[in-house]
Design a protein around this ligand. Structure first.
Ligand code: ARG
Length: 393
């Protein structure tokens, strides 16, 4: 009995993988695993029904708490951002892969499988985690390289059908919704409003601004408008109110790991609001030195997440550094939501190192700055004087 555990989403690719794993790869038992990281309930229900029909056995694993606590919260602390992308899909993949490996261990399976193609980033993220185990790694979509027509024909022959033909490829979790494929692959194609489901257009956003207040403790959002909230509820609530104001749409050209450029569209209201507020609070409480160094650490952190290399020892080192800096990131951020824009309009913190009164330290006299001022720019002046002198010769 050869057993394989498949990371299952309910979409065409992963559905086709099930009969392929039996017929093409010779597995006797295919176990489909769905990992709930905040996809719409209807999607999970539909995927479950499909898995029931196609696979030998299936499991839905509720990983939302873990996703928010161990992945999204880390991302907020590290201001996770890759070329302007809030890393929604990227941050979820390692957790999904980890859950699949856990099931494979419990089931004493022979292999683990995913439905990613050979062009994207997700194959790398799944493979990287899968290969930390001893299981064989199978990627039917990548290995068989089927055309869309071949895939659809195969699906039809195996009773795999979808009520409505899906025009876009969507990947969704509590942090972001990513929409790609079909005409969107043409960078000049202007997306129709229908691709967006979490956010309204700026035109439809209310005329009146909404002021919200977010409380942070040790770098993490803990309250909204003075009410304590758990991470999941807070993110859901911000997605709702941010979306209503048309906040958090991204349409960008992104550098994939393999070197292709891709046109990507995303929506992520809560991520936009929280990342902006968090970074602003850091600006108030961290020293200039900490901020400069942390910018670089954050960027490196984001690159590792984008590449799916969260098992790299550097990731743990960076998290330790980030956690240390966050001890002082406490306070309140005032954010105005208006016509597609979330702007910080005020902030306060018991750990703030801003002082209206510079005599907080010693009684500072302005004239003391005179000497400092005279030295300031010495190298620059010298270089430009020499350049002018050589030009004259
Ligand atoms: N480009 C993004 C990433 O690599 C998102 C990919 C999402 N996939 C999708 N089917 N929409 O993280």
């Amino acid at each position: 009995m050869k057993k394989v555990v498949l990371a299952y989403s309910g979409g065409l690719d992963t559905s086709v993988c099930i009969p392929l794993l039996r017929e093409h790869y010779g597995y006797d038992e295919v176990i489909a695993v769905m990992v709930d990281v905040g996809q719409p309930e209807a999607d999970i229900k539909e995927a479950k029904a499909r898995a029931e029909k196609l696979s030998d056995r299936h499991k839905v694993i509720d990983a939302l708490d873990e996703f928010v606590a161990d992945y999204i919260f880390r991302l907020i602390k590290a201001n996770g951002n890759y070329e302007g992308y809030v890393l929604g899909t990227a941050i979820a993949r390692p957790l999904i892969a980890k859950k699949v490996v856990e099931v494979a261990n419990d089931e004493k399976a022979d292999a683990v499988a995913h439905g990613c193609t050979g062009k994207g980033n997700d194959q790398l993220r799944f493979d990287a985690v899968f290969r930390t185990s001893e299981f064989d790694v199978i990627a039917p979509m990548r290995e068989l390289n089927l055309t869309r027509e071949e895939e659809q024909k195969y699906a039809q022959e195996h009773g795999i059908s979808f009520e409505t033909e899906k025009r876009w490829s969507v990947d969704e979790n509590i942090w972001s919704r990513s929409i790609e494929g079909s005409e969107l692959e043409e960078p000049s194609f202007i997306p129709p409003e229908e691709i967006y489901q979490w956010t309204v257009s700026v035109a439809k956003a209310p005329e009146t601004a909404e002021l919200i207040k977010i409380g942070f403790e040790q770098g993490l959002p803990v309250s909204l408008n003075g009410t304590k909230m758990d991470g999941i509820s807070l993110i859901q609530k911000l997605n709702e109110i941010g979306g209503k104001h048309g906040i958090g749409r991204t349409d960008m050209i992104e550098d994939r790991v393999l070197g292709y450029k891709a046109r990507e569209t995303y929506e992520h209201p809560a991520a936009t609001i929280l990342l902006r507020a968090h970074r602003d609070l850091e600006q108030l409480v961290l020293t200039r030195n900490e901020l400069r160094f942390k910018d670089f650490a954050d960027k490196t952190w984001s690159e590792l997440v984008y590449q799916g290399l969260v098992m790299d020892p550097l990731f743990e080192c960076l998290n330790a550094f980030v956690d240390k800096t966050q001890e002082r990131v406490n306070g309140t951020e005032y954010v105005k939501l208006e016509k597609g824009v979330a702007s910080v309009v005020g902030r306060e913190s018991p750990d703030g190192i801003y002082s209206k009164d510079v005599s907080f330290d010693v009684k500072l006299e302005q004239e003391w700055a005179e000497g400092f001022s005279a030295y300031h720019g010495f190298q620059s002046r010298m270089a430009s004087k020499i350049r002018t002198a050589t030009k004259k010769k």
